[in-house]
Design a protein around this ligand. Sequence first.
Ligand code: GLY
Length: 415
Amino acid sequence: MRILVIGSGGREHALLKAMKGHELFVAPGNAGMSTLATVRAVNEMSPEAVVALAREVEAELVVIGPEIPLVAGVSDALREAGFAVFGPSRAAAQLEGSKAFAKDVMASAGVLTAAATQITAAAEIDAVLDEYGPRYVVKDDGLAGGKGVVVTENREAARAHAAAVIEAGNPVLFESYLEGPEVSLFCLVDGTTVVPLLPAQDHKRAHDGDQGPNTGGMGAYTPLPWLPEGAVERIVADVVEPVAREMVSRGIPYQGLLYAGIAWGPEGPAVVEFNARFGDPETQAVLALLESPLADVLRAVATGTLADQPALLWRKGYAATVVLASEGYPEAPRTGDVLTGDNLDDPEAVLHAGTASREGTYLSAGGRVLNALGVGGTLKEAVDAAYSEIERVQLQGSFYRRDIARAAIEGAISL
Ligand code: GLY
């Protein structure tokens, strides 16, 4: 099959790896992807440009990785032009693009989530801060790819983030803090058919011990040894299926990947957020264990035949990914430094995110530079394997968390 993947991060590199053997194109891609796919330039926010590229490469399937093209209506334009597309319509992607829309859908679907208040004027900030706390969750309700969230007990920091978001012209969402360990559950959704992938856990803070600022994600592991049997089925039944049905009843059926970010507190699974795409970096770990042919599964979603697919097959054991970040990430990532390592062209070991190449040398080109991968029979073996890969990479000033999955390995997480 001729497949065009839109995006340029570690998630898209993982998608390409899982579809190896097909004729793969990626745009805009990154330097490390050229071993698996033809890398093409595109303005991924332009529906016309993506349709033109899909025509040129005669794509039989287009897979849209990030949220920004989804919210820009790229999947709608591709569908109108007759392409099979994996990725929700602009209207359905509002589940990620507008937290207020997502809250409204959840309220109608009877799904547990945090209390929330949206404001658009700086004069309202103090009154809302009085209602929330002692831990403040302050979200940029424009689209921020999971990166515009501040969670803090410092009222001044909460106020400053809210003011900065309003200054930038976006609404701010204040939420009550949801207790409990977090689960990322990615579900293939095709109308009312929901097929979950393995549950994973991200590490959102920049530094060990969940210290430092929130990031796009610093490492992940899958599956979750502390999650009791039946937990995934419960998230599907209590959260994802009701939302999928609600979307159908609103006339905007969801077709793509619905990422439920869950906090499992005393009252059961509650939604922290939805994303309209595969999560990053959890996808890199989750797809490392998938044995079913990903391209067939994504095409089934794109053509409305997910219900006819055989059950997904998974390799036994665990997978982990550790993100190598450039100096200064997330506030002011430094780029343009030389990246070396004997595993940089091995997608079983390293998936590229923010890399470029110049005269045969890799350079850092973003905050999250690459993802080291490990798989193993036990979670500890998988994590150790990922760390032994990341130790083989050199990038001046870079850093990574040393405690990915440590709490799970030590048995310190429970519901
Ligand atoms: N795992 C975080 C994100 O993809 O937004």
